[in-house]
Design a binder for this molecule. Sequence first.
Ligand code: BJW
Ligand code: ZN
Length: 264
Amino acid sequence: MNSPATHSTVPSERLLARLEKATSLCVLTGAGISVESGLATFRDPGGLWEEYSPADLANEAAFRRDPQLVQGWYQARLKQALTAEPNEGHLALVELEKFYEPFLLVTQNVDTLHKRAGSINMVELHGNIVDERCTDCSKPPVDQVFSEDGLRCCGFCGGLLRPGVVWFGESLPMDPIERATDAAISSDVFLSVGTSSIVYPAAGLPLLAKQNGAYVVEINVEPSALSYAMDEVVLGPAGDILPVLAAHMRSFNNREELERITNR
Ligand code: BJW
Ligand code: ZN
C-alpha cells in the first residue's frame, strides 16, 4: 500500500536532493504547462472541451460526421498555438535537460511550444497540430484545395485533410511511446507536470516509473487523478515551480564545478 504523497507549494528538500543525485530524468507534460502561454487546457473550466465533448471533436467518427466543425476547431487552435510563446516552465525544462544523461521530455501537448522553446530530447505522444495529412493518401498538404462546401482537401487525391494529432481510439506513434516507456522505466526522477492524468497510455508512465524505483513527483495547480500514487505533489503553476528546480540544479552544478577546480 502506498503512503500518501507529500503535498506542498514548494519543492521539498528531499526532491532537491533526489535531483542532485539523479542521473536520468524523465518529464511528462500536459496542457497545464501551456496555460501561462495563454493556451486553454482541455478539462478545466473555460477549457477546450467546455463547449464540445471529446466525442464531438477528438475522434475519427466525429471528424467523418462533421468535418467542418472539426477542421474549423483545429484551424482556430493552430492559430492560437502558433501565436503563443513558450513560458518560464518550457524554458526551465530546456535548462534541466542539460544536467541529465539520459533525459527525455514526453509531451502530450500538440502545441509545439516545447520544440520552439529549444527542448531537444523530446517526444510528442499525441502528435502535433502543425503537421496535417490527407485522410486518404496520407500525404502532407502540399497542394491544398477547397471542396464546394469549404472543406480543406488534399490537392493530390481530394481526400479530407486532418490534423496530425492522436484522437481517442487511435494508436500512439510507435517510436515516441517506446522511447517514453523506456525513459520512464529507467528514470531516477520522474516529473509529471500539468496533466489531469486520465488519458492512457500517457497516464501509465508515472506508475511505470514508480514501479521501477523512480522518485515520482507531480507539479500541478490542483491534485490530479494520480496524485495518490506520487511520492510528492508540488501544488503551484508549472511556470513558477519548474524554474525553482532549474535554478537549484544550476547552483548545485556551479558549486560542484567550483569544488572540482579548487581541488585540482
Ligand atoms: C496546471 C496549470 C498550471 C492548469 N500549471 N498545471 C486504459 C484505461 C482506460 C482507457 C484507456 C486505457 N488505454 C487506452 C484507453 C482509451 C483512451 C483513454 O485514455 N481514455 C480515457 C479518457 C478513459 N486512450 C486512447 O484512446 C489513446 N489511444 C490508445 O490507447 O490506443 C490504443 C487503443 C486503440 C483502440 C482502442 C483502445 C486502445 C489515445 C489518446 C489520445 C488523446 N488525444 C487527446 C486529443 C489530442 C488532439 C487535440 O489536442 O485535440 O490528447 S485527448 C486530450 O487529453 C489531449 C491531451 O493530450 C490529453 C491529456 O490532457 P491533459 O494534457 O492532461 O489536459 P487536461 O485538460 O486534462 O488537464 C490539464 C491539467 O493542467 C489539469 O490537471 C490542471 O489542474 C493543470 N493545470 N493550469 C500546472 N499553470
Ligand atoms: Zn490525398
